[in-house]
Every structure is written in structure tokens, then in C-alpha cells.
Ligand binder design. Sequence first.
Ligand SMILES: Nc1nc2c(ncn2[C@@H]2O[C@H](COP(=O)(O)OP(=O)(O)OP(=O)(O)O)[C@@H](O)[C@H]2O)c(=O)[nH]1
Ligand SMILES: [Mg+2]
Length: 214
Amino acid sequence: MPGFYLNDIHRVTTKTYSPSNQDVLNARLKTVGVVEHLFQLENGGEKGMDWRIFDVGGHRDHRQVWAPFFDDVNAIIFLAPISAFDQVLMEDKKVNRIEDSLLLFRSICANKLLGKVNIVLFLNKIDILERKLKAGVKVSRYVCSYGERPNKLQPVASYFLSKFMAVHKESKPNLLRELYPHLTKMTDTEVTAALISDVREMILRKQFQDSSLM
Ligand SMILES: Nc1nc2c(ncn2[C@@H]2O[C@H](COP(=O)(O)OP(=O)(O)OP(=O)(O)O)[C@@H](O)[C@H]2O)c(=O)[nH]1
Ligand SMILES: [Mg+2]
């Protein structure tokens, strides 16, 4: 959150300061290349099962290294920061961030290697989006096609969601592939835990279906 550490300057500058989980979540740590996380979940029916997550850097320079990881994945989790409608890419100041997310999403959806991989779409940072809208930042100023629609969280989020859904529909190599969209604020750990549990169930269900088809 902008200003997060500055608001907490006294706490984070004490000699005995030790970062809380929330501090770690709020840190801006750029992912460079691909980072692998291997873990087991403490709760749930499938105790002891290994989960592997590959976290890939979103910067344009880092995208060409993704392809080898697409070969054998159960699901793709695509995060698009929809609060960024009024921002441009750091690496190319002419490109609107949502426009870039949509283009990237199109290439992921159309990728043949991913034809059978279900896609989970997180339209993320809705807390920041809501704050921006409340502060009077107008979506239609940056996204002309938004037109006269109300400058409120629900219609704005639905509008962006419909854009992403349309891209998925147009560019899927496999008609059966499903898209699992969610509006998220990933820094809210409680809501995110429930969401991750849904995603986990979807992946397990899909794996079960695939293995019973074999
Ligand atoms: N308020 C808010 N902050 C978020 C949310 N999701 C991520 N952030 C913050 O946004 C910043 C960037 O998040 P990262 O996960 O590091 O970004 P990234 O998309 O992985 O970026 P790259 O690693 O460069 O690809 C961090 O400071 C996060 O705490 C959210 O839903 N709400
Ligand atoms: Mg990252």
C-alpha cells in the first residue's frame, strides 16, 4: 500500500523491528526470472501432497523465459492489476497497463501449449481501484471505451472483467477450457486463503477428471 511503511515509520525503524507477515506482503520485491516455491498445505484433505508454484516476473524483459514452464502445468494463475487503468508500463511509457495485461492475457489464452490448462484470472488490487475511484479519478479519461458508465467499483470491475472474458472466449484453442475469474485484493490474507482453497479444489477436480478420462 502506498505510504504503508511511511505511516509506520516509528515501528519499522526500532532496533528490534522484525517484519510481520503483513509487512512482507506489502514489500515491493520484483520477481526476476522465474522463482519456484515448493510447499505442502497444512490443512485440507490432501495432506502431504507437494505443490509447486512458479512465480514469473511480469516485466516485459522477463516474459520470454516463461514458455518452458508451460509444458506441464495444472493451472495458470494470471494476475491483472485493474487498479492500473491510469498507469503506463515502466518499460514502455506509451502503453497503458490494462491494455498491456489484456494483450498478454490474449497471448496466454491463445498459446497452444496451454490449450488444456485451466486459467484462473485474478483481477487484483480492487482495494486500490476503489480508493482511486473514490478520489475522483475517472476511468473514461484513460479508457475511452468506458464512456458514460458510472465511475464506481462494481461497474468498473464488471467492465474490465467482460474485456478479459471476451479475450478468453475469442482466443481459446480448446472449446472446453474454462476460465475461473475472481476480483481480488491479494494483500487481504483471510479472503485470499479462502480463494486459494477454491483454486486448489478446482485443480484437484480437474486432475481427477483428466485421470479418469485416461
Ligand atoms: N493494496 C494492494 N496491494 C497489493 C495487492 N496485490 C499486490 N499488492 C502490492 O503490490 C506490490 C507489487 O506486488 P508484487 O506481487 O511484488 O508484484 P508482481 O506483479 O509480482 O511484479 P513483478 O514481480 O515485477 O512481476 C507489492 O507491494 C504488493 O504488496 C492488492 O490486491 N492490494
Ligand atoms: Mg513478482
